[in-house]
Design a protein around this ligand. Structure first.
Ligand SMILES: *[C@@H]1O[C@H](CO)[C@@H](O)[C@H](O)[C@H]1NC(C)=O
Ligand SMILES: *[C@@H]1O[C@H](CO)[C@@H](O)[C@H](O)[C@H]1NC(C)=O
Ligand SMILES: *[C@@H]1O[C@H](CO)[C@@H](O)[C@H](O)[C@H]1NC(C)=O
Ligand SMILES: *[C@@H]1O[C@H](CO)[C@@H](O)[C@H](O)[C@H]1NC(C)=O
Ligand SMILES: *[C@@H]1O[C@H](CO)[C@@H](O)[C@H](O)[C@H]1NC(C)=O
Ligand SMILES: *[C@@H]1O[C@H](CO)[C@@H](O)[C@H](O)[C@H]1NC(C)=O
Ligand SMILES: *[C@@H]1O[C@H](CO)[C@@H](O)[C@H](O)[C@H]1NC(C)=O
Ligand SMILES: *[C@@H]1O[C@H](CO)[C@@H](O)[C@H](O)[C@H]1NC(C)=O
Ligand SMILES: *[C@@H]1O[C@H](CO)[C@@H](O)[C@H](O)[C@H]1NC(C)=O
Ligand SMILES: *[C@@H]1O[C@H](CO)[C@@H](O)[C@H](O)[C@H]1NC(C)=O
Length: 609
């Protein structure tokens, strides 16, 4: 039994040995393997990685499919360096010290599909370096020190689909740099030192689907930056610490489904530049100091599903912010300054599946009840939201709440206007009136004022609602009379208080109110005028002031005229020569002494001005 198996084993070993010898023999004739490389004849791969090579080794097999030359110390690729490797499909030259690539260095590599040159020391790629790479699909020149892309650098790469050039020091991209890249679908660029968008160069990339820009050195994304990129679906602009705004038409011509602008300096949500992106599904504006999302401004993005706003400065997402977004299913607003997020911000919370609200100073009251009620099937990401600013619930995590006590724990107190005494004011025309209105409640109610026509008053204008809750009527006019309404409201309800204003007209002629009207427009237009400095304008004073002003103006004009008269008398000689100079031009007019002196004065006055 044992003997037979031993014989068996020996036979097997013999067969294996013969097989191995055969492989070795046949491959030796075709497979030359340079000393510092490992070759795999079945996979047709040559691995010279980490072989301390200072130049491309000789004696590479012509049938090699893959040549890995990473982690060596190659400095130069000479002309037709690889011309024998007609079957080569992948060439990896990453992590070398390449500084120079000669023109036509890759000539002959007609089967090459991928070429990796990342993490070298290339500063420039000469035009023609990539000549002959007609089947190249992927080119990676990331993490070099490339400064410029010259015209026609990539002109023969008609099959190229992916190009990575991130992490370089690009200063300039020439207008024709991307000419010939007729199949390019994905481009990664790094624009650290670019002072202008390479908009002209990008217009060559007619089938581009994905574009990413890192470290763009611009403060404003200019208008028409991406013209003709009609097939672009995904745009990423990231790590642009100076980028403060997008021009209104900066994304003009694009039809994106995914847009990322993160790690920038945008302080306002770019509603206008984005509004035409009706196919947008994914929007990431994380790590920008955006403070507000206003109501009713995102409705055009009707297919939006995901909005990422991590690590911003969000103070408030207004009610109605996501109005019209019927497919909205993810909001990630982790690490902001939100105190709450009201259900009214959403079109429908039934579609919402994922909500990032952690690391916000949340006040847990009735406004967040909807989130807690959905906590079991809502995805909160890494960590659930936590109550921070509520005294009783401080530190409570949204998953901690006992179901039965929810309505008692997360409560609000409706607003109550304080000092509810009837305010009725009778004033003379031209006076300034202030009505007070303050309210308490939890959360603290917001106070607004409605005018007698029940329209909301804004914080600017002659009749305005001050930010401290008071109503101010400056230089009161008879038509301001009526019943004003103070409305205090919070998530739990509203309370209101009417006040009355009667403005008495001056018992005098019809001319004076007309003049006052003209005057009253002036102070309301000047925001510098402080409300509590009661500027008392009296009609008489105004009239006297106007008269004095007019008199002084009139007298200075008269003095001027007298002065000019004497001047023209004194300069009689000059006047004479000047008259002669005028004669040929106005040949038709009579050279009357009177008219010429008139012309002289006219000319002199113009000089004075
Ligand atoms: C050579 O490549 C083949 C196919 O990829 C693989 O199965 C084999 O293990 C490789 N041989 C060596 C010695 O790495
Ligand atoms: C290539 O060779 C290096 C050095 O011998 C080795 O560390 C590496 O794993 C090899 N790579 C592949 C893809 O076989
Ligand atoms: C070349 O070898 C390095 C080191 O083993 C490896 O990381 C790299 O992926 C290889 N390149 C290719 C194209 O296989
Ligand atoms: C590019 O910008 C970086 C950082 O702003 C700077 O360190 C580098 O010197 C610049 N390079 C050139 C070539 O201007
Ligand atoms: C970002 O913008 C603010 C003003 O909006 C400015 O003070 C700040 O310096 C900017 N940051 C950078 C890195 O430019
Ligand atoms: C960009 O286009 C918008 C809309 O047409 C225009 O209002 C704005 O002035 C333009 N900005 C610049 C810098 O040209
Ligand atoms: C915009 O893109 C969507 C899908 O990505 C496509 O269905 C639509 O036809 C495109 N519109 C135009 C005008 O190209
Ligand atoms: C929000 O984004 C942060 C950072 O990318 C991530 O860690 C977190 O899991 C995300 N939250 C959700 C709810 O997806
Ligand atoms: C105050 O609340 C009531 C009931 O909630 C509502 O009908 C009314 O319109 C509100 N008034 C104002 C001015 O918001
Ligand atoms: C609000 O401010 C105005 C002007 O600044 C002042 O006249 C008024 O008294 C203030 N109201 C309250 C309630 O303090």
């Amino acid at each position: 039994m044992f003997e037979r198996s031993a014989v068996h084993q020996r036979l097997c070993w013999g067969a294996l040995y013969l097989l191995a010898a055969g492989v070795a023999l046949t491959s030796e004739t075709r497979w030359l393997c340079p000393p510092s490389c490992h070759c795999n004849a079945t996979a047709l791969e040559v691995n010279c990685s980490g072989g301390q090579l200072t130049r491309v080794p000789d004696g590479l097999s012509q049938e090699a499919r893959l040549l890995n030359l990473t982690q060596n110390t190659l400095k130069t690729l000479v002309r037709q360096q690889f011309h024998t490797l007609t079957q080569l499909s992948d060439l990896d030259l990453s992590d070398n010290l390449l500084v120079i690539i000669e023109v036509e260095a890759f000539l002959g590599l007609q089967s090459l599909r991928t070429l990796r040159l990342c993490r070298n020391h290339l500063k420039i790629i000469p035009v023609g370096a990539f000549a002959g790479l007609t089947n190249l699909q992927l080119l990676d020149v990331s993490s070099n020190q490339l400064l410029v892309f010259l015209d026609f650098t990539f002109s023969e790469l008609n099959a190229l689909r992916f190009m990575k050039a991130a992490d370089n020091d690009l200063v300039y991209v020439s207008h024709q740099a991307f000419t010939g890249l007729t199949s390019l679908q994905e481009l990664h660029l790094d624009g650290c030192n670019l002072t202008a968008m390479p908009a002209e160069a990008l217009t060559q990339l007619s089938v581009l689907r994905s574009l990413s820009f890192h470290r763009l050195g611009l403060t404003t994304l200019p208008n028409y930056s991406f013209r003709h990129l009609v097939h672009l679906k995904e745009l990423v602009i990231s790590h642009c610490p100076w980028l403060e705004s997008l021009s209104g038409n900066s994304l003009f011509g694009l039809n994106l489904t995914s847009l990322t602008i993160k790690h920038g300096n945008l302080s306002a949500f770019p509603y206008i530049p984005l509004h035409h992106l009706v196919y947008l599904v994914y929007l990431d504006l994380s790590f920008n100091p955006i403070t507000y999302i206003h109501a009713n401004l995102l409705g055009d993005l009707l297919r939006l599903q995901e909005l990422h706003l991590v690590g911003g400065s969000l103070l408030r997402i207004e009610i109605g912010a996501f109005k019209g977004l019927a497919h909205f299913r993810l909001l990630n607003a982790s690490r902001n300054h939100l105190t709450t997020l009201e259900v009214g911000a959403f079109y429908s919370v039934d579609t919402l599946r994922t909500l990032g609200l952690d690391n916000n100073p949340l006040a847990c009251d009735c406004r967040l009840l909807w989130v807690v009620q959905r906590r079991l099937y809502m995805d909160f990401g890494e960590s659930p939201p936590t109550c921070i600013t509520s005294v009783q619930l401080q530190g409570w995590n949204f998953l901690d709440f006992p179901e039965a006590e929810l309505p008692d724990l997360l409560t609000c107190r409706p607003p109550r206007i304080l000092n509810r005494k009837a305010q009725v004011m009778k004033v003379d025309q031209g006076h300034t009136v202030v009505f007070h209105c303050s309210a308490e409640g939890d959360p603290l109610p917001s106070v607004r004022w409605l005018n007698p026509q029940l329209r909301s008053l804004s914080p600017i204008g002659r009749v305005r609602a001050l930010s401290n809750g008071s109503l101010e009527v400056r230089y009161a006019q008879p038509q301001d009379s009526g019943k004003y309404l103070c409305v205090a409201s919070n998530a739990a309800g509203n309370d209101s208080l009417p006040v009355s204003l009667h403005v008495q007209t001056f018992p005098s002629s019809s001319k004076k109110p007309f003049r006052l009207k003209g005057w009253s427009a002036f102070p309301s237009a000047a925001p510098g005028v402080n409300g509590n400095q009661k500027l008392h304008f009296d009609v008489k004073t105004l009239l006297i002031a106007a008269t004095i002003g007019f008199l002084s103006f009139f007298s200075s004009v008269s003095v001027c005229f007298i002065f000019m008269f004497f001047w023209s008398k004194g300069k009689g000689q000059i006047k004479h020569t000047a008259t002669i100079a005028y004669v040929p031009r106005s040949a038709m007019s009579s050279s009357n002494g009177g008219t010429s002196s008139y012309m002289e004065t006219g000319r002199f006055t113009m000089k004075l001005l």
